[in-house]
Design a protein around this ligand. Structure first.
Ligand code: PLP
Length: 405
């Protein structure tokens, strides 16, 4: 059979046995424990799982393995064109597991900012006793040492939506595995493993779930890392609940249509924001100057559906926009069917501290929008009204010191 397209795989992956099973929706396996048949068989399965593998017949206990989670993992690996995938109870649980595996192999990690606030904070906290060198996308090679076990990048970056050249970082990293947080892209727009990355990590809470009702993480990777990640997952208990896995697997079926529709609306909105006098700067890879390395077309098939912008009037104006929007939901997170708007300096990136925020060009007036599936005209009408209110308030209050957070 000729290889099927991404769109087709998104609908059919993980459903290959449905005809045999005589079902049309995935079975949901909620068992926490499983009756043991022949003891020798159970022991073989336990041994396989201790080694990081999957059981042949019996999962024994649901922290070790679960057939519904397994089904989602196999489907997701197929979409990422990876050997395997391992799912976790949250994106941060996935990040932690990857860092713990790296920690077993060497104490040094090279990381490139900007990263998700939680990942940045975890690396800075020394909670996992990792020695971290912060590099720029061009200085990764210089930062590698003999004991470097992992290079961590995120593209598109959060919240500035800057793109990092994955293949170039992989080349610079040499023998050191590269982890790409690909949450903002999804496999619809970008497949890091195909570009040489060892790990493609997602907060599945975002686009993969797609409806704001599942918290999960997933890493697509090779067999060696998948085994090591499963071993850590068993030990730390960072498992994904089967209900979450069921919903994620269902969400994959509409992933391509959701991401492409949201992206088309984002392209439209970014252009309108760029023309608005109430907006000082728009951060969007699809705008002129937004993709200096020309990675769209090469690394990503499109600019995605996340937009950040600086509101004229700084913190106060941004706070007014959040208060005034009626259709957009003022909330953190992203990748839901409804559009969300949030304030990175005050919310998602509060934890990294002011110095790191300033270094990343993360201003007090910046807002980040996750474009959903509403009509572009309706979203623009709502944003434009809120921006108009913000400009009016800012003018009324002038001159006044902007509040720095
Ligand atoms: C949300 C997010 C995370 C963390 O995922 P959780 O599911 O919230 O634990 C990591 N990376 C990126 C880019 C994110 O947006």
């Amino acid at each position: 059979m000729t290889p099927i397209s991404f769109e087709t795989a998104a609908v059919h992956a993980g459903r290959e046995d449905f005809r045999t099973l005589g079902v049309h929706a995935a079975p949901l396996d909620l068992s926490t424990t499983y009756p043991v048949g022949e003891l020798a068989d159970a022991i073989r399965d336990i041994d396989a799982m201790i080694a990081g593998g999957r059981p042949e017949r019996n999962a024994i206990y649901s922290r070790l393995a679960n057939t519904t989670v397994d089904r989602f993992e196999r489907a997701f690996a197929e979409l990422e064109h990876a050997d395997d995938a391992v799912a976790f109870g949250s994106g941060m649980a996935a990040v932690t597991a990857a860092l713990l595996v790296a920690r077993q192999r060497g104490a040094h990690v090279v990381a490139v900012r900007p990263l998700y606030g939680g990942t940045d904070h975890l690396l800075e906290s020394r909670l996992l006793s990792l020695d971290v060198t912060w590099a720029t996308p061009d200085t990764v090679a210089d930062a590698i040492r003999a004991e470097t076990a992992l290079v961590v990048i995120e593209t598109p970056g959060n919240p500035t939506l800057s793109l990092v050249d994955i293949a170039d970082v992989v080349r610079q990293a040499g023998r050191v595995p590269v982890l790409v947080d690909s949450t903002f892209a999804t496999p619809v727009l970008q497949r890091p493993v195909e570009l040489g990355a060892t790990l493609s990590l997602h907060s599945a809470t975002k686009y993969l779930g797609g409806h704001g009702d599942v918290m999960a993480g997933v890493i697509a990777t090779n067999h060696d890392w998948a085994r090591a990640l499963r071993q850590v997952r068993i030990l730390t208990g960072a498992v994904l609940h089967p209900m979450g896995a069921y919903m994620l697997h269902r969400g994959l079926q509409t992933l391509a249509v959701r991401v492409k529709a949201a992206q088309a609306t984002a392209i439209d909105l970014a252009a309108r924001l760029a023309r608005s006098p109430a907006v000082e700067r728009v951060y969007f890879p699809g705008l002129p100057g937004g993709d200096p390395r020309r990675l769209i077309g090469r690394q990503m098939t499109g600019p995605g559906a996340m937009i950040s912008f600086d509101v004229a009037g700084g913190f106060d104006a941004a706070a007014t926009v959040l208060r005034e929007v009626r259709l957009l939901t003022p909330a953190v997170s992203l990748g839901s069917t409804d559009s969300l708007i949030q304030h990175p300096a005050g919310l998602t990136h509060r934890v990294i501290g002011e110095a790191a925020r300033a270094e990343e060009g993360l201003s007090p007036g910046m807002l980040r929008v996750s474009v959903g599936l509403e009509s572009a005209d309706d979203l623009w009408a709502d944003l434009n009204d809120a921006l108009t209110a913000a400009t009016a308030t800012a003018t009324a209050h002038e001159p006044r010191e902007a509040v720095t957070v």
